[in-house]
Design a protein around this ligand. Structure first.
Ligand code: FAD
Ligand code: UDP
Length: 399
């Protein structure tokens, strides 16, 4: 199968120079067709291939790695094409699994929010309160008492507004959450499920890390390299620039793993599922540093972007220039975020019922299961899907 291997090598290491050659191999039988080369598809392709299955993977984008795709820009600074991706997890299983394909660079994410002409730590912590109100709160208890004096008791916490107002009160809610959320989602926090703003905690100590997970690190040579290593397998053939629609009828296979939008798979039978999009404005600056931390959030509604990220903080790259990305929320464009609201979940459940009837198709990942999942959650979900797939698996491969 050296031809397959050669093909994988070509596509993986030099896919930009080698457009997809489909349908060169139309008559081959595959054990599985994997749609989407992001975390969900790549984990399943790797697991199945390691277990002896022949896998054809297609992605309609011109590259692998899905939304985690990173690449050097024209100046040679490593950037994330689809916005900043910071890896963090509490799952040793997920971290160990990915560690087979990459070394890591320890990195703890820090975020500042711009309020007027000041920068204050986000999530809200004691330092945030001291900066914002010119206070000198010295203990957790003092910060707790301060927040308790402002928070509004809410009996049943349902929405993203309830979560924040009940924790920090209306003024801090309006300063840090209301405008940001209205921009990001095109919805008021009162119209969004509580799970959205509940992603961001409130702290009374001075821990200014964005995440507190046990494992926090960036792939040492970037995400794309990690994916190349995952997919560099004799049993995996990769076709980029290829849409599922173009191959669905032609590829002979036993199983399909679908990681695109589930409503699209079913031709929008019940109507489109809402997804939120973003426009990324990448800039390279002729200076070595732009801002003091990787990400600065702009929570005011007047500023059209939500945040600016400077990649060198994430990657540790030394370079005389620096590259940053502005994120502009958008209604139209690639589907990046499922929108957590009860009516959307109800619509998803109808699609999920259709999916359940298809024994030989697995729906995996953020778009196919309509879940606002981080990368590690998608990897965990994909590994769980692999374990449930029919067929014999070696103990090692199932773990
Ligand atoms: P994707 O990465 O979206 O991959 C799906 C792939 O399927 C895509 O490449 C797509 O082109 C392909 N596809 C879809 N339909 C078809 C079709 N019909 N035919 C062929 N191919 C198709 N997570 C974190 O843990 N930390 C972060 O800091 C973080 N930051 C994020 C920032 C932004 C702006 C966004 C949008 C997401 C962020 N995430 C972060 C979430 C992370 O991107 C996802 O959890 C993860 O990438 C999901 O992987 P996936 O394989 O499910 O989907
Ligand atoms: N959020 C906010 N202000 C902030 C940061 C976050 O209002 O400064 C809200 C907003 O609704 C956002 C959600 O909390 O969409 C989750 O934030 P997170 O940083 O986890 O978003 P992601 O990185 O997934 O885009």
């Amino acid at each position: 199968d050296s031809a397959v291997k050669r093909r994988v090598r070509t596509v993986v290491s030099d896919w930009r120079a080698s457009p997809a050659v489909w349908p060169a191999d139309r008559r081959t039988h595959y054990d599985a067709l994997v749609v989407g080369a992001g975390f969900a598809g790549s984990v399943l392709a790797e697991r199945m291939a390691s277990n002896g299955a022949k896998v054809l993977m297609v992605d309609r984008r011109p590259h692998i790695a899905g939304n985690a795709y990173d690449r050097p820009d024209e100046a040679g600074v490593l950037i994330h094409q689809y916005g900043p991706h910071i890896f963090h997890t509490n799952s040793a299983e997920v971290f160990d699994y990915l560690s087979r394909f990459t070394q890591w660079r320890p990195y703890e994410h820090r975020v500042l929010a711009r309020v007027g002409d000041r920068l204050a730590p986000m999530p809200i912590n004691r330092t945030t309160l001291n900066i914002l109100y010119g206070l000198d709160l010295q203990s957790d208890e003092a910060a707790e008492a301060f927040l308790a004096s402002r928070s509004e008791p809410i009996e049943v916490i349902r929405t993203s507004e309830d979560v924040v107002v009940s924790a920090v009160g209306r003024e801090l809610y309006e300063t840090f959450f209301k405008g940001y959320t209205r921009k990001q989602w095109g919805l008021d926090p009162s119209e969004l499920d509580r799970s959205v703003t509940a992603r961001v905690p409130t702290r009374t100590n001075t821990d200014d890390r964005y995440f507190t997970d046990a494992f926090q690190a960036m792939p040492r040579h970037g995400y794309t390299r990690m994916f190349e290593n995952m997919l560099d397998h004799d049993n995996i053939r990769i076709e980029t620039d290829v849409d599922y629609r173009d191959v669905a009828a032609d590829v002979s296979r036993d199983r399909t793993v679908f990681t695109g939008p589930i409503d699209e798979y079913f031709d929008y039978r019940y109507g489109p599922l809402p997804y939120r999009s973003l426009r990324f404005d990448h800039k390279t600056l002729d200076q070595s540093q732009f801002q003091p931390v990787a990400t600065v959030n702009y929570p005011d509604e007047a500023t059209p972007w939500t945040r600016i990220t400077e990649y060198k903080h994430l990657t540790g790259q030394a370079h005389p220039k620096t590259s940053i990305t502005y994120e502009y929320p958008a209604a139209e464009g690639d589907p990046y975020y499922p929108i957590p609201r009860p009516e959307n979940q109800a619509l998803f459940k109808r699609y999920e019922a259709l999916a359940r009837e298809l024994d030989d198709v697995s729906f995996v990942g953020r778009l196919a299961t309509y879940r606002y999942y981080n990368m590690d959650q998608v990897v965990g979900q994909a590994l769980a899907t692999w374990r449930r797939l029919p067929g014999v698996k070696p103990v090692e491969a199932a773990s």
